[in-house]
Write a protein that binds this ligand. Structure first.
Ligand code: ADP
Length: 475
């Protein structure tokens, strides 16, 4: 079966978030299930530089005003089609934002072009390639389903939502550039409260909709989480499902991870302690055997870190230490840095994006705190499981689906893998942290929880099987 996957970012070629990890990992994981997945992505400079054995597959004399070429080739082990349209994608830096930190003013043209090419390629219009299923990721690819609906022909489509907060919304005047018939600006097309929304169009037109966890699939059907799409999603609930992401268990492997001070596994968990000492050094924490909480996150409202920041004086008062690596909203950065200044030796903060340090935090801290207000799937709690860094998470989205709370029943059944709390507010987070301290004090029980987490299957295998069966059901 041939599946064309379309994404605006694909690890390891270009990445700003979890979408890239999913788009990068799926082709390899699906191969075992009889699915040949090729990926269409924009020709950003980093992608063009990584492209090998490229041959022109189709030339456009005009695509959004200028010439463009679809190239077929390989890049870092992935089979790709690359949309080489320099006027749209040959720009340095972030794929979505200009140097001023604002959206590129032509994002609608850029990703409408990607989606037009996706529809034509999947339908077999561009050359000797045709897809059995077209798998679209997020708003940047979503219009492809709309083109197929209004142009006709083409394969069945799957629309995956990685975060419904980003829906690709533009003023109604942009409808003119999309090259869609007038009737597409309607309630069953791209119209969204008077504007154009790419994601809305994709959700209305795709044959199947997935999101990255079953709980998030339910949540986005409600007003609290649906960001205005809940009515449409309720109407399409029969074709909506949630498939939890996996992680790359080769990159994230405490037995081989070169960013750790010491390697360890379920057979020699005690070796993990050397990483805790390395955390103390790296974050300037006083040495000791007490608990060190870890945070690796964007510092944003979504992640609930404003609430956590307001509890830091209290947390230090309980004797806990904290190692935090993250960047984001200035007020949250300022709050955690001020707390670190007030509590030298108890709170260490690194405000940058540091992949290597994120591995050490997972390998050395006792907990991974993820107090998100909403979380479509979440990766850091999955890394935490694999690294024996016990997740303390909000009961929402993928966090609810991947962590088993250490309540009395789960402890006596021997299935607990972390601590969950809800609602996401100060008192219940405080309560969860107190509960965590109590569990940490019972060393054998804590170690059991670590070992259970490390034994949990967080690989792509299960998720790939679920996607493969979805594709098969469609054709
Ligand atoms: P989201 O995609 O919403 O930010 P996820 O948990 O799905 O949240 O993925 C976040 C990814 O980004 C994880 O791989 C995490 O380790 C990484 N990450 C976030 N902030 C940092 C940082 N400051 N340094 C290194 N890695 C980070």
């Amino acid at each position: 079966m041939q599946v064309l996957s379309v994404a605006s970012e694909v690890y390891p070629l270009i990445k700003t978030g979890g979408l890239a990890d999913v788009a990068g990992a799926l082709p390899g994981a699906l191969a075992k299930h009889g699915v040949t997945m090729r990926t269409l992505l924009p020709g950003y400079p980093a992608v063009m530089a990584a492209l090998e054995n490229a041959v022109p597959f189709h030339r456009y004399e005009k695509l959004m005003g200028h010439a463009a070429t679809v190239l077929a080739g390989t890049a870092k082990g992935l089979e790709v089609f690359v949309l080489d349209a320099p006027h749209l994608f040959n720009r340095p830096g972030n794929p979505y934002l200009g140097p001023d930190g604002k959206d590129w003013p032509d994002n609608a043209q850029r990703f409408a072009a990607l989606s037009q090419v996706a529809a034509a390629l999947a339908r077999g219009d561009l050359g000797a390639y045709k897809a059995d299923v077209l798998h679209l990721h997020d708003w940047q690819a979503a219009l492809a389903a709309v083109y197929l609906r209004y142009q006709g022909g083409g394969p069945k489509t799957v629309m995956t939502v990685h975060n419904i907060a980003f829906n690709g919304q533009f003023p109604p005047a942009y409808f003119g550039i999309l090259d869609l018939p007038p009737q597409a600006f309607a309630i069953d097309g791209v119209e969204f409260y008077g504007n154009v929304s790419f994601l809305k169009g994709g959700l209305a037109c795709a044959n199947a909709i997935t999101t990255v966890s079953p709980t998030y699939a339910n949540e986005i059907c409600t007003a609290d989480y649906g960001m205005g799409m809940q009515g449409l999603l309720q109407a399409r609930k029969a074709v909506l499902s949630g498939i939890v992401n996996g992680i790359d268990t080769d990159v994230w492997n405490p037995e081989t991870d070169s960013d750790l001070k010491a390697h360890y596994s379920v057979r020699n968990l005690a070796a993990r302690d050397a990483n805790k000492r390395a955390i103390e050094q790296r974050f300037g924490l006083e040495p000791g055997d007490g608990i060190i909480h870890g945070v690796v996150s964007r510092l944003t409202w979504q992640k609930g870190l404003d609430i956590f920041a307001s509890l830091l004086d209290w947390l230090v008062g309980t004797g806990a230490r904290l190692a935090l690596v993250g960047t984001g909203e200035p007020n949250i950065e300022a709050a955690v840095m001020a707390a670190a200044a007030r509590h030298k030796g108890r709170i260490g903060v690194v405000t940058k994006y540091d992949e290597a340090l994120s591995h050490l935090v997972q390998g050395g801290c006792d907990t991974m705190l993820v107090p998100s207000r909403f979380e479509p799937c979440g990766l850091t709690q999955l890394y935490g499981l694999r690294y024996g860094c016990v997740p303390v998470v909000a009961r929402t989205g993928g966090l609810a689906d991947t962590i088993i709370d250490a309540n009395d029943a789960a402890i006596s059944a021997g299935v607990a893998t972390g601590i969950q709390f809800s609602p996401v507010e100060g008192a219940s987070l405080q309560n969860a942290l107190s509960r965590t301290a109590g569990l940490f004090a019972n060393k054998p029980a804590w170690m059991n929880m670590q070992l259970r987490g490390m034994g949990t299957d967080v690989s792509w295998d299960r998720s790939a099987a679920a996607y493969a069966s979805l594709y098969k059901g469609l054709i």
